[in-house]
Design a protein around this ligand. Structure first.
Ligand code: ADP
Length: 629
């Protein structure tokens, strides 16, 4: 049975020697495989607006040369003989050109959308999978701690937004620049004096949108924050709904949710007010430009050039200008949006790139990558550890657990039992001292090797939303017989047999709801099927019925004949049959020995036993006989 997990180390490709800045750094690292597709996307994004600039120019030719016959017919300086005199032929040529240009623009637009969409989605997919794997490699402290919410938000919000941001940042910014440049060039070619008037609307529009986005950005940030807080509170309340109902605080909680929702509403309303005001304002600036141009241009046409040396203006040119003015409106509004997108993209990239800044959880140790841990004694050599630097939770523990034995660890709540289990399964590395298995410092063994050798069942048994079979065989290749044997040993065979589809019954989320004790037994079966050399049970039977627990004690003893079984429990009866019991208090072992020895010592263990089992039994002569069940 070997774990399926390849255990490979994987970090977010950070391209540390590549260009600086999170956006460029990440695009450099992730965009490289899609260079050709990106080139196609860029070409299409240049061609589309370049083609879209042409129709008003063709309109100008149609009006001036064909309809009003104010000048000889020519398109871009070309005028073949066969059409120069025939107005119908001229109209047909213009129409064919128009349809061709518009058709080509439609095709390039589709290509640009598809190519950018694909590049953005591929990069998003790569970053999502890489950042998830990078996250798995982080020190557990940072995933368990308060950073958890932030990490989740990076993985869900930021990575989800990447697709949209990359598409806007790439496609729309290129199209915008080309469109603005293209229109400006054509305007100057058509009539440079009127071009100056037409372009006068650009600065106020850009200033207005820039100002608008500087105002709306903090509002959007506030909306996101308020929604995040509200969702967190709703989630928290749903988790704790029993407590809320028990303490009769439903009204208070409903009021708090209402208040949170009201804050979201206020922030959204503020954004709606800004949107309602600014977009019509931009439209108005543009319409003023349109009207001024119509007035000036009309005057120019009716009365001739307003000053000596000014070029005459034709109706076709004025119409083309008016159409261009209209065409410029949306791109000008987009300037602010694209700049805003770019700022958001930079911020998202910055947060994503931070995922890999912490050092990997385990120091690299190539010499050990393929070595298997033999079954052997576990030695704790002056092991100290604290979640915070100044507060040791495990304080200089020395101990030896034989390779084939059942070890019990007991102690009051908060004494550090779970923390010790976490150190033994290497969720954390000790701050000082060493944990050795068969003489090997576990910090220097590859994670894969280690996971094959050590299994743990925690109190909060994690059940996957899959079948019983998949839950037991998770992480190993156990066959049907092994799965059944593991369930039997874990005292779960009976209730699994009663499930509608037996082993193939879906359990957990969306499946059959299991009781706490049933969950623990499935998790125990998983650990047993894993056949690890070292089995650590951290309050793993706290929720099972007393009669099942008695059977499980027997199982632990049997398992302890072939491997090391470490049973951590506040229930002393669970560890009673252990070969050796350690009593933990304030992060150190204060007593050790088998049950009889500890009772005889009349120390902490004897006191706890008396409290739990009853004073009479501590002196009962049959204790010794009951010990080995
Ligand atoms: P036990 O299992 O004996 O009840 P724990 O090992 O769970 O004890 O906890 C020991 C101490 O470490 C407690 O003071 C607890 O508050 C603290 N502690 C446990 N887990 C964490 C954590 N993830 N971050 C910070 N402190 C923790």
């Amino acid at each position: 049975m070997s774990p399926k997990n390849d255990g490979s180390r994987f970090q977010l490709r950070s391209a540390a020697d590549g260009p600086k800045g999170p956006l460029r750094r990440i695009l450099h690292a992730y965009g490289r495989p899609y260079r050709r597709l990106t080139a196609l996307a860029v070409i299409a994004s240049v061609l589309f607006p370049a083609l879209a600039v042409l129709p008003p120019y063709l309109l100008q030719v149609a009006i001036d040369a064909v309809l009003l016959e104010q000048r000889p017919f020519s398109v871009a300086g070309q005028s073949p003989d066969w059409i120069s005199e025939d107005r119908t032929a001229q109209l047909v040529v213009i129409t064919v050109l128009l349809v061709t240009v518009v058709g080509a623009a439609a095709v390039t637009s589709a290509v640009s959308t598809l190519a950018w969409g694909r590049v953005a989605q591929r990069i998003q997919h790569d970053i999502r999978t890489a950042s998830y794997r990078a996250l798995q490699e982080r020190p557990l402290a940072s995933i368990h701690g308060e950073q958890r919410g932030q990490l989740l938000s990076v993985l869900s919000n930021d990575v989800d937004e990447l697709d949209r941001l990359l598409r806007r940042g790439g496609k729309e910014s290129i199209e915008l620049v080309v469109r603005l440049l293209g229109v400006t060039c054509v305007l100057f070619v058509l009539h440079w004096q009127l071009a100056l008037v037409a372009l006068a609307v650009i600065p106020p529009t850009v200033l207005l949108t820039g100002w608008f986005f500087s105002r709306i950005r903090p509002i959007h940030r506030a909306i996101r924050q308020q929604i995040g807080r509200l969702n967190a509170r709703i989630e928290n309340n749903l988790d704790g709904i029993t407590t809320i109902k028990t303490y009769g605080t439903t009204d208070r909680e409903a009021r708090r949710i209402k208040e949170g929702s009201r804050r979201v509403f206020r922030a959204k309303w503020q954004a709606a007010v800004w949107n309602a005001g600014v977009f019509p304002a931009i439209g108005f600036v543009n319409a003023v430009g349109f009207s001024v141009m119509l007035l000036l241009g009309g005057f120019w046409i009716v009365n001739g050039p307003p000053f000596p040396g000014a070029a005459p203006l034709t109706v076709g040119t004025l119409v083309a200008f008016l159409v261009y003015n209209h065409q410029l409106r949306d791109p000008l509004i987009d300037v602010g949006a694209v700049v805003n997108t770019y700022v958001e993209l930079m911020a998202a990239m910055e947060r994503i790139s931070r995922l890999d800044v912490e050092p990997p959880e385990v120091s690299p140790s190539p010499r050990d990558m393929n070595r298997c841990l033999a079954s052997g004694p576990v030695e704790l050599d002056r092991v100290s550890f604290g979640y915070r630097a100044d507060q040791p939770v495990i304080d200089g523990i020395d101990a030896q657990f034989p390779g084939t034995s059942m070890i019990g660890i007991v102690g009051p709540s908060g004494s550090g039992k779970t923390t010790l289990a976490r150190l033994l399964v290497r969720y954390y590395d000790p701050d000082r001292g060493e944990i050795r298995i068969a003489g090997e410092n576990i910090s220097e063994v590859s994670r894969q090797t280690f996971r094959e050798s050590v299994a743990m069942v925690a109190q909060q048994a994690h059940i996957l939303p899959e079948t019983v079979r998949a839950n037991v065989a998770y992480g190993c290749d156990a066959d049907e017989a092994e799965i059944r044997a593991a369930l039997e040993a874990a005292g779960a065979a009976n209730f699994v047999a009663e499930l509608p589809d037996g082993l193939d019954t879906p359990v957990g989320q969306g499946g059959v709801a299991l009781s706490g004790g049933q969950r623990q037994r499935i998790a125990l079966a998983r650990a047993i099927a894993h056949d690890a050399r070292i089995l650590i049970l951290d309050e793993a039977t706290s929720d099972v019925d007393p009669d099942v627990e008695v059977r499980l004690r027997r199982t632990f003893r049997r398992l302890g004949r072939e491997r090391l079984v470490i049973v951590i429990s506040h229930r002393l009866s669970t560890v009673r049959p252990a070969d050796k019991i350690f009593v933990l208090s304030d992060g150190t072992f204060v007593e050790s020995g088998d049950h009889d020895e500890l009772i005889a010592t009349q120390g902490d263990y004897a006191r706890m036993w008396a409290q739990q089992i009853g004073k009479a039994e501590t002196t009962s002569p049959i204790i010794g006989n009951q010990r080995r069940e």
